[in-house]
Design a binder for this molecule. Structure first.
Ligand code: ADP
Ligand code: MG
Length: 348
């Protein structure tokens, strides 16, 4: 009998983004009322003139995205909404409603589910989001959490990945690499109580703050030409902007923002320098482009933000490719690789 799940191409050969491209290519070229479909942080669809629906969904899988031995149910609840809020922020949209689906193994305790919702609803309230539904299933082995977030905006001011133009400056909010360092640290702490710098890094990984107000302000003031949230590593996410905008980029390695905690604790964990800061993922900072004429406006706006902003490079013509420069000159392209689910699976 022919196995209907047979085929020649293994997922690891095309990778996560190859798979998404394959799905995207199956869609008709025109989808009614869809302004931005697959290929951005969130989709934009028109409901009525002047009011556009922005939607995004994320799936978190136990042992892939989180480990129950390292995080609490409360923080997991917060983070499962925060990662969606970060995608909403990257569009410059206002989050409104959430739906959540859980697939739960029978070993999970009811009190932990209560704690999870306490965290989730705390994050929801902080961003004016109402939980309006979801779905629940048994899972034989691992815990699965999928959150759908719906928001609103006007397509004329929402910021997609495809608007970067050669000559634009490239900016990133906050600092990079803290989250991945926080995760490495959590694996070494083994119950010891953390010192202040350690606590900072752990918070960055287990309790990230989505840049919702920052994304909204950049969109409302018309400053950003393209925007993405940094979830897979700076260069992986920059590549998405470059591909969608059909441009290249130069990034100055020495400008990549690192926190004091990162600088003081990364050497001991064998992860120092900008290379480690960009290799990370799960930073949930915003990477955006803006025309050089808007530089002073961007900096003035960012003075109101606790997270700050750093200009890390420039958008270039497509023929330039994506280039990283450090003090010695140009850096090899191997660092341009970010997190890919199926490539990570191969490494395991
Ligand atoms: P992000 O990291 O910002 O959440 P992803 O890399 O997960 O973005 O997704 C990129 C784009 O591909 C998004 O538009 C998303 O909706 C779409 N996408 C991802 N997985 C699938 C899938 N299995 N089927 C259809 N679209 C998908
Ligand atoms: Mg994203």
């Amino acid at each position: 009998m022919i196995n209907p799940w047979d085929g020649l191409v293994e997922l690891r050969e095309i990778g996560e983004f190859g798979l998404i491209a394959r799905i995207r290519n199956r869609l008709p070229a025109y989808l009614p009322r869809v302004f931005q479909g697959i290929g951005d942080d969130a989709a934009i669809a028109s409901l009525s003139p002047g009011n556009d629906l922005v939607s995004t969904v994320d799936l978190m899988v136990e042992e892939v995205h989180f480990n129950l031995a390292l995080t609490s149910a409360h923080l997991l609840g917060r983070k499962s909404l925060a990662v969606n809020l970060s995608d909403m922020a990257a569009m410059g949209a206002r989050p409104r409603f959430a739906l959540i689906s859980l697939a739960l193994p029978a070993r999970i305790r009811v009190e932990s589910v209560d704690e999870f919702y306490l965290g989730f609803l705390e994050m929801a309230e902080a961003h004016g989001v109402s939980l309006i539904g979801g779905d629940t299933s048994f899972s034989p082995d691992r815990l699965f959490i999928s959150v759908t977030l719906l928001g609103e905006g006007k397509k004329e001011i929402l910021v997609c990945r495809h608007g970067a133009r050669p000559g634009d400056d490239l900016y990133v909010t906050g600092t990079l690499g803290d989250s991945l360092l926080g995760l490495s640290l959590a694996r070494t702490l083994q119950g010891k109580s953390p010192l202040p710098d350690e606590k900072y890094l752990l918070e960055k990984h287990f309790n990230p703050i989505p840049r919702v107000q920052e994304g909204l302000a950049l969109a409302e003031k018309g400053l950003a030409t393209a925007m993405i949230d940094v979830s897979d590593g700076l260069f992986s996410d920059l590549r998405h902007i470059c591909e969608e905008s059909r441009v290249g980029a130069t990034v100055f390695a020495q400008r990549i923002p690192q926190s004091n905690a990162f600088q003081s604790l990364s050497p001991a964990l064998g992860r120092s320098g900008w290379q480690s800061a960009v290799r990370g993922g799960e930073d949930y900072e915003l990477l955006f482009s803006a025309p050089p004429q808007k530089a002073s406006e961007v900096m003035a706006l960012a003075r109101q933000w606790e997270c700050g902003v750093t200009c890390i490079g420039k958008v270039e013509p497509i023929s330039h490719g994506i280039i990283i420069r450090d003090e010695q000159g140009q850096v090899g392209p191997e660092l341009l690789k970010g997190f890919d689910h199926f490539a990570a699976w191969e490494q395991n």
